[in-house]
Design a protein. Sequence first.
Length: 139
Amino acid sequence: MLGVDYGERRVGLAISDPTATIATPLPVLRRRRGQRPPVAAITRLARAHDAVAIVVGLPMTLDGGESEWTTEVRRFGDRLAQRTGLPLHWVDERLTSVEAERAVRASGLPRAKREEKDRIDTAAAMLILQRYLDGGGTT
């Protein structure tokens, strides 16, 4: 399964093992301002890793509602599912970035490495996918 943390500047990615038990990181995709979402690149990654489904983090508001960004992420996820032909699953990603930042800071890496945004986005994608694999947080 392919986990996706879709952001305005970067897309964090993670892949599960064949038994759908553990999420592991993939390289972050960078987005350019004003450019279309990297659907083709993610589709290639999904195929290269033999993904059987896609799990996208859904950015809900703290009170459980949806925002304009939630709508944008839903459009992206739907387009990705259509392009890949894979089933799409949503996971509530509230506070995932905060958890990811804490995990990266606690990793023992030098400060400069801990503060790299790519590392945090990758950790967020892993948390989103792992939450789905563990059976929680689906919307």
